[in-house]
Design a protein around this ligand. Structure first.
Ligand code: DHE
Length: 499
């Protein structure tokens, strides 16, 4: 992907950022930062050739990992090793400095977004049909979190077709154009990129903010909407070339400025649905016809963090801090209709639905408790809490699979994956693909005959299973593979996968 244009980062010329702490003196470390880091990571730590080094964007990188990256550098990137230049104490202090908030947070506005935009290929040179022989609807897009790369995998042969460097710390599921030709990625530090799966080439990129949550693509393929924490806004891009259409500040009806929890497309409604984190509202932005993207405000009972939809996209199921559970909002009437009994911290965005005895049920993992909650989508009653070996992050199934697969992401049993029988709601099997290593996140092939599981470890792997016999078919070594996304399943908004 190469170097990002430093000129685009208008704040790079500013003085280095003072940090907000009253008991640690970082002045010596700040000097070291200016000497060694500014050129790639920016004077305000908002990134440049290298990623942003703000606590908000480093949130999921543990301090020892950051220490190692500074000491030893990062393979397959331009990050050099500093262990012969800085002392261990200086590196320790640098890590603390980077995880300390900046006193006057940097800003990012429309001019910055426009200046960051780059076309990375001449669109007129691209083929309108796939240049590869694989089934374009059975490709997998695999995010390699350990090396900040993406692998495109043939979902029939389970052979990697190509691999490329991504922006630092992609997060959330990549989203696809309706025909499955293009995939759009968002990185935690605000870069949105568009990649062509027919030509295996990057098309364009734009930085939409300093700390981005996720993005959604409209069902007509015309628009990309990104939701940010920093600045708290929505950024609408033209899906063709990722140029800025407009940014929409996120301000609640009561004047409260808010961060965006997440944004999704709701295909049957021809709209984007947005959850606000700091004010009790959800927004609907229609993209039907000639849209002006004026948000329709839906007042919620509580703040919305994570959320999911019913299969018809009429109801929104969201977490609720107040009720220590969940809330259901009717998107047609704009009314909150009920609370749902979900203990712990349900991870509703990873929830899935399926038919049980002819009725829709919804199941969600829980990131603070070892249980899966299963709800009846007609009565909103809890059908069952299925105990697991520890809190989990992701769930997946397929219409042709008898099982819902769910990981144990946290705690001492994170090597385990449970297969829940979708009819009996009992755990039918527990697999331990690589003992001692975190097994997490599953995605099925388009026909549901196989599935791929990630072993989320520096010496991890993608493991391919036969979905019926549960036999391992193939193992592809990989450094921290995280999410995998099947093109067909995604563009069909298939039952059992994330949307
Ligand atoms: Fe995620 C999806 C929020 C931490 C890996 N995560 C999402 C989505 C949201 C979300 C709203 C859905 C967006 C989408 O797909 O468009 N995640 C959050 C958090 O609030 C949380 C708990 C804290 C945070 O720092 O943001 C969080 N997430 C993590 C991680 O620590 C994970 C495990 C590692 C990482 O990459 O940061 C992680 N999140 C993922 C993945 C998906 C995701 C792999 C896509 C899942 C899918 O299958 O679609």
């Amino acid at each position: 992907m190469g170097l990002k244009p430093l000129a685009a980062l208008t704040l790079l010329g500013m003085a280095s950022a003072a940090v907000a702490t009253d008991n640690i003196d970082f002045s010596a470390t700040q000097k070291l930062y200016e000497e060694h880091c500014t050129v790639c990571h920016g004077a305000q730590r908002i990134g440049g050739a290298g990623p942003a080094l703000l606590p908000e964007s480093l949130g999921r990188i543990k301090k020892p990992e950051a220490n190692k990256a500074i000491s030893e550098g990062r393979p397959a990137s331009q990050m050099a090793a500093y262990k012969d230049i800085l002392s261990p104490a200086q590196i320790d202090s640098m890590v603390e400095y980077l995880y300390t908030p900046i006193e006057n947070p940097p800003t990012w506005d429309d001019a910055d977004t426009r200046a960051s935009h780059r076309m990375l290929v001449d669109a007129s040179t691209l083929s309108e049909t796939p240049l590869h022989q694989a089934d374009p609807l059975n490709l997998f897009v695999v995010v390699e979190a350990g090396t900040h790369h993406v692998t495109i995998l043939d979902g029939d042969k389970f052979e990697p077709l190509t691999r490329f460097q991504s922006h630092f710390a992609l997060h959330g599921g990549p989203k696809f154009s309706p025909d499955g030709r293009f995939v759009y990625f968002a990185s935690r530090d605000g870069w949105v990129t568009k990649y062509d799966l027919y030509n295996f080439t990057m098309v364009a990129e734009t930085r939409v903010g300093l700390n981005t949550r996720n993005l959604a693509v409209s069902n007509d393929g015309r628009w990309v909407l990104a939701g940010n924490y920093l600045p708290g806004n929505l950024v609408l891009l033209n899906a063709d070339d990722l140029t800025l259409v407009k940014s929409i500040p996120v301000i609640g009806e009561d004047g409260t400025a808010s961060r965006v929890s997440a944004v999704y497309t709701a295909p049957p409604r021809d709209s984007f649905i947005v959850a606000l984190k700091d004010t009790k509202e959800a927004w609907e932005l229609s993209y039907a016809g000639t849209p002006d993207f004026t948000p329709r405000r839906i007042i919620a009972q509580d703040f919305l963090d994570d959320f999911s939809f019913t299969p018809d996209y009429r109801y929104l199921l969201a977490t609720s801090r107040k009720a220590h559970g969940g809330q259901v909002i009717d998107l047609d009437t704009g009314k909150s209709i009920t609370d749902i009994p979900l203990p712990g911290m349900p991870h509703l965005g990873s929830g899935i639905y399926w038919k049980r005895n002819g009725e829709w049920v919804f199941a969600t993992p829980n990131i603070s408790k070892g249980l899966i909650s299963v709800l009846d989508l007609k009565t909103w009653k809890l059908i069952k809490e299925i105990p697991t070996e520890g809190p989990g992050f992701f769930m997946r199934s397929h219409i042709n699979s008898k099982y819902a697969w769910t990981d144990v992401f946290f705690g001492s049993n994170q090597e385990a994956v449970h297969l829940i029988d979708k009819q009996t709601l009992e755990i039918a099997h527990t697999l331990r693909p690589m003992p001692g290593k975190n097994a997490a996140h599953v995605e099925f092939t388009n026909d549901g005959s196989h599935l791929i599981l990630s072993v989320w470890d520096t010496e991890g792997a993608l493991i391919v299973y036969d979905a019926k016999t549960l036999k391992e078919v193939k193992r592809i070594p990989m450094n921290k593979p995280s999410g995998k996304y099947n093109v067909g399943n995604k563009i069909e908004f298939a039952e059992g996968t994330s949307h």
